[in-house]
Design a protein around this ligand. Structure first.
Ligand code: AMO
Length: 469
């Protein structure tokens, strides 16, 4: 479960269950108070075995009617599964199981011999979704009952992995000098196109929920913060209803001064390499829990293979050729859709960058060098994607830092520069060339955990049909 060795006591417990399990030999004979969920309650008459679980482990509590308040004993004996219970008692080594002569004894196990206890909250019955029993329920019912679904070991492990990915990603960027920022989520102008905005009223002024920290992370860099990152929500009023789209998602963004597209692709691949290396080194226990579940369901298990650096770069023009040669229908200037990506992934199954997209397909803030033209003579940009298999993980690019070109880009895309002065003004007093990217956290987690749907790795997903819980 979780490493809780450094957790301090709280008002409800002197130790976590993980601490008792890991330090059982030192704690034998000592009194501890612990608290957790009742996984099973067994025993009749004068004795009772209560299997407790908290976020860090499991332990058996042994209750004897003679050793404690009788009413409490009886209440616990009839407690429903998942009720929360606090117990106090002394740690004892469990009687070792009988093993045939000559065979080694298994490692010692410990239990708590209870002297007092209290039920903190009795669980209702029946449980709407099983926690420890393997009853199949669909994703929708699980999400409706996420508070219980999260208690299942493999679901819990997936969210621990999510937290680790964010921790390792953050940790890595800090080593490269990036600083964490928070940009506003209530905004007045779209950065990613005007059709997928959620409108709102900001007092008397129309406003929107932010689609991306794009314009603000750039302003932070223009303002001299030099290298920034943000992990925050992005909102898109897209009507997609797919395994990889949500209407609210967490975007992991960076932006850096004096950098171009190739420089930030380097940051991205080094960060992913670090995340994968750290998970492989520290979190195999979580992967094992996920795999135990997958195996029980007959699903393919996962292994954390640290990707080699550098990731392949397949410029857009080459990608079009690969798709065409693979029999896909696509022309220069078309979007590369999932079924096209399958053809590319057949040659590049792992992480791969697709740099140098046509400028006409990229947002106004992407940089283009007027001399860089594609196979059919169309203008190329310094925008790129990072894909894994058929899924896009990231978009990014070098940004346009020449204010006159930036304003022309806005006009070319039928946007009014007047609506963006808060942004373009940031370029009028000396603007460093800069670049960055935005990575969809849930999509990266899908790759790491083998989840088939982003909803599996998002606590409370927001999609077209779901706004609660
Ligand atoms: P883009 O719009 O491509 O780029 O988004 C960046 C990444 O965010 C994820 N993503 C989504 N995840 C789940 N549901 C969605 N509806 C969704 N939309 C996007 C994807 C995608 O690759 N400002 C640029 C980034 C930049 O250039 O820095 C941007 O937002 O993984």
């Amino acid at each position: 479960m979780r490493d809780s060795s450094a957790w301090k006591p709280t008002s409800y417990r002197t130790h976590t269950l993980g601490q008792v399990v890991d330090n059982g030999a030192d704690l034998v004979g000592k009194e501890v108070s612990v608290a957790g969920y009742a996984e099973t309650v067994r025993g009749r008459g004068a004795i009772c075995f209560l299997m407790l679980r908290d976020g860090t482990g499991h332990i058996q509590a042994f209750l004897k009617k003679d050793n404690m308040d009788e009413a409490t004993f009886e209440a616990i004996q009839s407690a429903s599964r998942e009720s929360t219970i606090q117990v106090t008692g002394s740690v004892a080594q469990k009687r070792p199981p009988k093993v045939p002569e000559g065979e080694p004894l298994p490692p010692a196990e410990y239990e708590i011999q209870v002297s007092s206890a209290q039920i903190l909250s009795m669980a209702g019955t029946p449980l709407p979704v099983g926690v420890t029993d393997d009853v199949h329920v669909g994703l929708d019912i699980r999400l409706d009952n996420r508070h219980l679904d999260l208690r299942r070991a493999h679901v819990n492990a997936m969210f621990q992995l999510r937290s680790k990915v964010l921790q390792y990603g953050r940790e890595y960027l800090i080593t490269e000098g990036f600083q964490e920022i928070n940009s506003p989520k209530i905004i007045a102008s779209a950065s990613e196109g005007g059709t997928n905005l959620f409108p709102m009223m900001y007092f008397d002024t129309p406003a929107f929920l932010s689609q991306s920290p794009q314009l603000y992370k750039q302003l932070a860099v223009l303002g001299g913060l030099e290298r920034v990152f943000e992990i925050g929500p992005a909102f898109r009023a897209e009507k997609h209803d797919t395994y990889r789209h949500l209407n609210e998602f967490i975007s992991f963004d960076i932006e850096g001064a004096w950098m171009n597209d190739e420089d930030v692709m380097g940051v991205q691949e080094r960060m992913i390499h670090h995340v994968w290396s750290q998970v492989a080194a520290n979190d195999q226990n979580l992967i094992d829990i996920v795999n135990e579940y997958k195996a029980s369901q007959g699903q393919e298990t996962i292994s954390v293979e640290v990707p080699e650096l550098p990731f392949p770069r397949i410029p857009y023009c080459d990608a079009i050729e690969i798709v065409q040669k693979g029999g896909g229908e696509i022309e220069w200037g078309d979007d590369i859709e999932s079924h096209h990506c399958d053809l590319i992934a057949a040659q590049y199954p792992g992480f791969h960058f697709l740099p140098r997209w046509p400028m006409a397909m990229k947002p106004f803030y992407i940089f283009h060098d007027e001399n860089e033209k594609g196979t059919t003579g169309g203008q190329l940009s310094r925008g790129f994607d990072l894909n894994y298999g058929r899924d896009e993980m990231t978009s990014g690019g070098q940004r346009e830092h020449r204010v006159d070109v930036l304003e022309q880009n806005l006009r070319n895309m039928d946007l009014n520069p007047e609506d963006f002065t808060f942004y373009t003004d940031g370029f009028r007093y000396g603007a460093p060339p800069h670049a960055g990217w935005g990575l969809g956290v849930a999509r990266l987690l899908m790759v790491l955990t083998g989840a088939g749907n982003v909803r599996e790795v998002v606590l409370f997903p927001r999609d077209r049909s779901r706004v609660t819980p």
